[in-house]
Design a binder for this molecule. Structure first.
Ligand code: VAH
Length: 315
């Protein structure tokens, strides 16, 4: 049985549905501090869980005979900066409770997401390599860098089969923009479908590594399903599909909505974005377990707009 912690979040809500499609609804337990609002997510086992309640976590694992945990609960980069010590506690203690439980109960596998936020201002920004200087300067990024060290430690010291991906900015239509620095790229599609002008909180020319949600879901499940011998990186794999700047997303949208307009009003998130890579070298993921992205910018735009228009029509 699989437990998804943080199942109502941007990634969690889509990953839970994909895992239920693959393994059967009753075999994937969704857990989050808030009950699911999306009807399709509510259609399956759910547990209310605060990840900082380690005792309750153990009870949920026992009650459902969990053998795998996808631990996705975290405060993202922008939100984390507003509450640094709580962000550190939730992101770090939450991971350590899961790793310790996996060791104690000999869980088969654990998945935990890292991020390009684990890199910092002195990291080579073009084609960032798998191994390089990492000096993150957001609490979120520091917790991701430290979390990678802990994952490798639990694998090497205790044999916990924990696997991880350094996600780029993720874009999906199922949940509204959240507390991420890359979430301008979600909001832009919501505004385009609502036919309202869009103001970007990142300035023109701010290139960031990005990925459409279906690619991120495929990479996650592919990594978790590959035989352990092929998982050579036990900190976290670089993962990539495309890089773009706000004006390029706008141009892609204007191919569908010619009247769509974008303006720029950079805020505190600009500094965070400027500390991150502009493009990622994910050749090791492609070599070790056959990673291959499917979506480019125009394919993502087409799918995002198609699904957002459908969602709008159904309300
Ligand atoms: C954030 N979406 O912006 C997340 C992600 C690479 C960025 O980690 O914080």
């Amino acid at each position: 049985r699989i437990l998804v912690i943080g199942a109502c979040g941007q990634l969690g809500s889509e990953l839970t549905l994909a895992l239920r499609d693959k393994f059967g609804k009753s075999n994937v337990v969704a857990a989050d501090i808030n009950p699911p609002t999306q009807p399709d997510l509510a259609d399956g086992p759910f547990e209310k869980l605060n990840i900082l309640d380690a005792k309750r976590l153990g009870e949920v694992v026992d009650a459902h005979k969990i053998t795998q945990i996808y631990h996705l609960a975290a405060l993202l980069s922008a939100t984390g900066e507003k509450n640094p010590l709580f962000a550190w506690e939730l992101n770090m203690d939450g991971l350590l409770y899961v790793l310790e439980l996996a060791k104690e109960k000999k869980l088969h596998k654990v998945y935990w997401p890292s991020s390009i936020a684990a890199f910092g201002p002195n990291t080579p920004r073009q084609n960032t390599p798998q191994h390089c200087v990492m000096d993150p300067n957001t609490v979120y990024g520091i917790s991701k860098q430290a979390g990678e060290r802990w994952c490798e430690y639990y694998f090497q010291k205790f044999g916990v089969d924990v696997r991880s991906l350094r996600y780029p900015g993720l874009i999906g239509y199922k949940t509204p923009p959240g507390g991420g620095t890359t979430d301008y790229a979600v909001d832009i599609y919501y505004k385009a479908v609502d036919k309202v002008p869009f103001t970007s909180f990142l300035q023109k020319g701010t290139y960031l590594p990005m990925m459409y949600m279906p690619d991120a879901i495929k990479a996650t499940i592919d990594l978790m399903e590959v035989e352990a011998e092929r998982v050579k990186i036990r900190s976290s794999y670089n993962l990539s599909s495309m890089s773009f700047a706000p004006e390029e997303v706008a141009a892609s949208i204007q191919k569908v909505y010619p009247d769509f307009t974008i303006s720029y009003a950079p805020d505190f998130r600009q500094k965070i974005a400027d500390s991150w890579p502009m493009s990622i070298d994910d050749s090791q993921a492609r070599a070790d377990w056959g990673w291959q992205h499917q979506y480019d910018l125009d394919a993502m735009t087409h799918d995002m707009i198609h699904n957002l228009e459908k969602m709008k029509a159904s309300v």
